[in-house]
Design a binder for this molecule. Structure first.
Ligand code: COA
Length: 156
């Protein structure tokens, strides 16, 4: 089912931060989100369910390439396709703006996110060793992934 997509604005910083807190060991503050939402190089899409922010994705575009900064779905709304829907919409909007490639990094031990990105056509480019430390006894690698614009192989 498609869901209405919102472009999030600085006034959404508080609810984004609250949702981030449910999803990450090192959540970003409302002040940080507000600064990011004021930055015109950043596009943030969200989905509301029953009036509550259920998921969002944020990407920054510099020199024709975009980097996904964060993605989060509230625990109560996971596995409903929200993150996949948001990233697909992001890819489409960024493509219309002439972006040629989207990059991201993800913790090696974050199987749900790696599976999400793989399913959307992102492939692994490299690693940043022992990059993630927060909430872990042992640091884990950041996996660097990217997706070129154009058709996903499964759509050809
Ligand atoms: C990763 C995250 C954003 C996924 O959000 P979501 O809305 O539940 O994801 P979707 O329902 O769109 O899932 C799309 C696909 O991703 C994969 N996926 C998502 N969650 C998964 C899980 N727990 N285990 C395995 N695969 C998973 C599946 O392939 C899924 O498709 P399917 O449900 O048809 O099998 C969510 O788990 C989350 O917020 N996690 C904490 C924050 C985080 O890790 N963000 C990413 C940082 S890089």
């Amino acid at each position: 089912m498609t869901r209405p997509m919102l472009v999030l604005r600085p006034e959404d910083a508080g609810r984004m931060s609250r949702l981030h807190m449910l999803c990450f060991d090192d959540p970003w503050s409302a002040i940080s989100f507000r600064g990011l939402l004021l930055d015109t190089s950043i596009l943030t899409l969200g989905i509301e369910l029953e009036g509550e922010l259920a998921a969002f994705v944020m990407a920054q575009t510099v020199a024709g390439e975009s980097d996904i900064l964060t993605v989060a779905t509230a625990p109560a709304h996971r596995r409903k396709g929200l993150a996949a829907m948001l990233i697909a919409a992001l890819i489409s909007r960024l493509g219309e703006r002439g972006v040629s490639r989207i990059t991201l990094d993800v913790a090696e031990d974050n199987a749900p996110a790696r599976e999400l990105y793989r399913g959307l056509g992102f492939t692994e480019d490299g690693r940043r060793p022992r990059y993630y430390t927060s909430g872990r006894d042992v640091p884990v690698d950041a996996v660097l992934m990217s997706r070129n614009m154009g058709l996903h192989p499964t759509q050809m």
